[in-house]
Design a protein around this ligand. Sequence first.
Ligand code: FMN
Length: 377
Amino acid sequence: MPDLFSPFTLKGVTLRNRIAMSPMTMYRATDGKMSDFHIMLLGSRAAGGFGLVFPEQLAITEDGRTGTSCAGIYDDDQIEGLSRVTAIIKDMGSVPAAQLGHTGRKGSELKPWEGKRQLPPDHPDGWQTRGPSAITFGGRYTFPVHELSIDEIKDIHRAYASAARRALDAGFEWLEMHFAHGYLGASFFSPLANQRTDQYGGCLDNRLRFHREAMDAVRAVWPERLPLTMRLGSDDFNVDGVQFDDAVWAIGQLKDHGLDFADLSLGMNTDATMGIPWNDVGFMVERGARVRQEVGIPVGVSWNLGIPAFADRVIREQLIDLVFLGRPALANPHWPVWAARELAQNDPFSLIPEDWAWWLRSRPGPEGSLGWPPVQR
Ligand SMILES: Cc1cc2nc3c(=O)[nH]c(=O)nc-3n(C[C@H](O)[C@H](O)[C@H](O)COP(=O)(O)O)c2cc1C
């Protein structure tokens, strides 16, 4: 029976444990490029024991960023910074994963702490957003959306393939397509955002065409030996939006197009949601277990999984295969070591580099003096 600290192998890649640092946009890039900040952030999480480490969503086109300070993978000049990030992650014993995304009608945003609003297309840091249909999201996203033509959709698929090739050149070993959170992939899937009348809209099969073609374009350049995965907006929590049954069907379809693993998240295609249990522990786990069972594909989920005993239990009960941690990874770079200690694992420091762990093992000092209180049992 696996536990949180069991290795996990997918295709030719083995993670040292079941703990992934979830992608998190940090608004610290310049011209889409990563810098020392990202090396510090991601290298420290790899050194802290995470098995899989995602930098933030990487935009496949310039207008696919959330804001002008977000990272991209749309230009060869961005490869150097990304390579430095993958090198430190690997050096610390972890596997580097890239999340390819396009924010669609949710782009052109200010940094969240500078005001939750979208910038107009004529603002120096704004642009004309694009989506499956000319439907404005509403709420804080107020500006008209350009409906993509078929030629523009094909360009986006080519951009996915070029981005995948750059991810490979930069040394990533795991690739996730971001089709969640109201961004472009999520909007093509949702009837709330996609009201096209051509082959990319209407019935569920048509609303999945964008994703099938994107997967095919990427799989053609991304090697078979490396995992190709997807984060899907699996539920809009709105009666007129994506229903979870749609997602189960879609994941089965995409499995036939080279999908190796499903990371399930929320649709976020509308603010008019009903009943998202934001504060429930592990509220996506049950959905993940259903996909794992019915589609027969390995699964990971995020959302409120930072309690070690719970994270360990969902792996032991084989409900999901990987635990994705967002905010807990921001709060504690050593979350895996801390969790190993809480769960009474033998030698928690084996998760961090040996030349660092040696000091902690051989010079522990009195109980509690390393900065963590004694474990209560
Ligand atoms: C600061 C921040 C930035 C995020 N950026 C992304 C992102 O770039 N891509 C993505 O798929 N999810 C993003 N998320 C969502 C997280 O990856 C994760 O799914 C979510 O926070 C739930 O997990 P948690 O409960 O462990 O925080 C972000 C979350 C946070 C807190």
